[in-house]
Design a protein around this ligand. Structure first.
Ligand code: DAH
Length: 325
């Protein structure tokens, strides 16, 4: 003989002990469970107490059923929310592009020498990209710069600048000498891409004009620049070359890994160029140079294919973010 009280007590103990829902269902609600047994007991209850007894068993039955149905629902859909901590997140991080990094670094080094940063448009006219730089239409040297021409409805011959040298002209037209600038930026060439050529790449242009600026000044500035950048004394050499906008013109080589590496074009600014940009003072002279940043990055980081630099491949960029010169 079991009593309602004892079943109630048992039920509450089971709940406190977190007995599983299946177990509760089986133990109390099944055909041979406690509730069924309590109903069985009805037979032996005196007629005048049967009503109250039946009601009490029913109330208990409903309570257990509702408990089971509520908790069954939460078990059927095992939605577990796993707390995520910040250290669990292992997102792959890229790094700053070596090109941006080098351009910022170059700006830092030159700004300490009193150079400011100048910019110019990437869509240029023939005048700034060529003519003012002493490269007229008929000049064979134009072939050095494979040009991407832009069709211009107004008849102005426009192009994507092939070098950062036109920034020199823009700056000289709007500023008086003495002046010192560097001009970092993108340039475009109509060329097939391979391990050492890209159609879009970056240059940093330099220009310094003053009354005393000589080739010796230039060599000193370049030596300081490369030695500061590579954090070691870098031997440099000027080799005779040809550019229409400089006279004399040089290639700058740096001594690295037991060999001379060609790193920049340069020279003393051609008087014709000064005149084209409105500088007629005979006392003013100076140097200009142009460094290819992709080439510099390839040397600095030991990269053998320029296409990797612009690939945005995270396996590549994530390494470079960590390696600074
Ligand atoms: N503009 C030249 C090029 O793209 C590089 C250059 C050479 C720039 C000599 C200069 C310079 O300022 O003086 O090949």
């Amino acid at each position: 003989m079991i009593s309602i009280e004892s079943v109630k007590t048992q039920y509450h103990t089971d709940i406190d002990n977190q007995v599983s829902i299946e177990e509760i269902e089986k133990k109390y609600l099944s055909r041979k469970g406690y509730i069924a047994q309590l109903f069985e007991e009805m037979k032996s209850i005196s007629p005048e107490k049967k009503g109250a007894y039946g009601q009490e068993v029913n109330t208990l039955k409903k309570e257990i059923e509702s408990y089971v149905s509520q908790h069954q629902h939460s078990q059927e859909t095992p939605l577990r929310i796993h707390p995520i901590h910040i250290q669990d997140i292992q997102a792959e991080m890229g790094g700053m592009s070596p090109i941006s990094w080098l351009m910022f670094r170059i700006q830092d080094i030159f700004s300490e020498l009193g150079f400011s940063v100048a910019t110019g448009p990437e869509i240029e006219t023939e005048k700034y990209n060529f003519d003012a730089l002493n490269i007229p239409d008929t000049h064979p040297a134009r072939d050095i710069w494979d040009t991407m021409w832009i069709q211009d409805p107004l008849g102005v011959k426009s192009l994507l600048r092939t070098h950062t040298s036109p920034v020199q002209i823009h700056y000289m037209e709007t500023h008086k000498a003495p002046l010192r600038i560097i001009a970092p930026g993108k340039v475009y060439r109509y060329e097939a891409t391979d391990a050492t050529h890209e159609t879009v790449f970056h240059q940093v242009e330099g220009l310094m004009l003053d009354t005393q600026t000589s080739i010796a000044t230039f060599k000193g500035v370049m030596h300081h620049f490369f030695s500061t950048l590579f954090k070691q004394d870098i031997k440099i050499r000027l080799r005779p070359s040809y550019f229409p906008f400089t006279e004399p013109s040089f290639e700058i080589d740096i001594w690295m890994d037991n060999t001379w590496l060609e790193i920049a074009g340069a020279g003393m600014v051609n008087r014709i160029v000064l005149k084209n940009a409105g500088i007629t003072d005979a006392d003013i002279q100076g140097f200009a140079f142009g460094v290819g940043i992709e080439r510099l990055a390839m040397i600095a980081y030991g990269i053998d294919d320029v296409r990797l630099i612009h690939s945005a491949d995270i396996r590549f960029t994530s390494q470079l973010g960590k390696i600074t010169l």
